[in-house]
Design a protein around this ligand. Structure first.
Ligand SMILES: [Fe+2]
Length: 217
């Protein structure tokens, strides 16, 4: 998939510098969202026809704050979500997906990667050389594992065994603007992130504990 095959627009806002992404297929003009964390009125002027689907990176409230608003604007819209979370989301057009499910939107192929750790229903979405990472991976660090249904060891396996094995020039688009810049390549991210330089799982657990001990807020 080449760059010209799609366009990604990012919208920042919501609960805590969240990002919602609007993706447009270059061939068919099909448009879809990654998360619903920003008021839809801030995105709608960029929608040419209708939103076909919304891909939910995980069901923490800030990532689905405006899901009802998007569904009421586009009643046919498909909601793509981890299979175990389907029953927690109301609506008719919910599509539960699993690790390595493949979804087509227009001419674009999106691969689902289940990445539990920050939250047990966390998904990343891989399209061409782009990876939408939700709260699993930010610019500068991984997500945190302080909430119910978090698991640091699972996060290690998700990040190190499923994401960091992708090509170094893969661009990550995270769920929040927490880093020195809004997006970067995996290779750059490893260079600036001590949490991405663990030698093994135990070392990662130690690094996460150290991070939580020393973070400012
Ligand atoms: Fe989260």
């Amino acid at each position: 998939m080449k760059k010209a095959d799609f366009k990604v627009q990012s919208f920042k806002g919501g609960f805590d510098d969240n990002f919602t992404y609007l993706v447009t297929c270059g061939k068919t003009n099909t448009q879809f969202l990654i998360d619903a964390s920003v008021p839809f009125r801030e995105i709608s002027s960029n929608v040419s026809h209708k939103i076909s689907s919304v891909f939910i990176t995980h069901t923490h409230g800030d990532h689905i704050s405006y899901l009802d608003e998007v569904i009421s604007s586009f009643p046919d819209l498909k909601v793509i979500i981890f299979r175990d979370s389907v029953s927690g989301i109301g609506g008719e057009n919910i599509q539960g997906v699993d690790d390595y499910s493949k979804i087509q939107a227009g001419n674009l192929n999106i691969e689902v990667i289940h990445t539990p750790g920050h939250y047990d229903d966390s998904l990343c979405f891989h399209m061409g050389n782009i990876l939408f990472t939700g709260d699993t991976l930010f610019v500068g660090r991984t997500g945190r594992t302080i909430s119910l249904r978090s698991d640091t060891r699972q996060l290690y396996r998700s990040v190190y065994k499923k994401l960091l094995i992708l090509p170094g020039d893969t661009l990550i688009y995270p769920g929040h603007d927490y880093g020195p810049k809004p997006y970067c390549t995996l290779k750059e991210n490893i260079e600036i992130s001590p949490l991405l330089c663990a030698v093994d799982e135990d070392d990662f657990v130690k690094r996460m504990e150290e991070y939580e001990r020393t973070r400012l807020s």
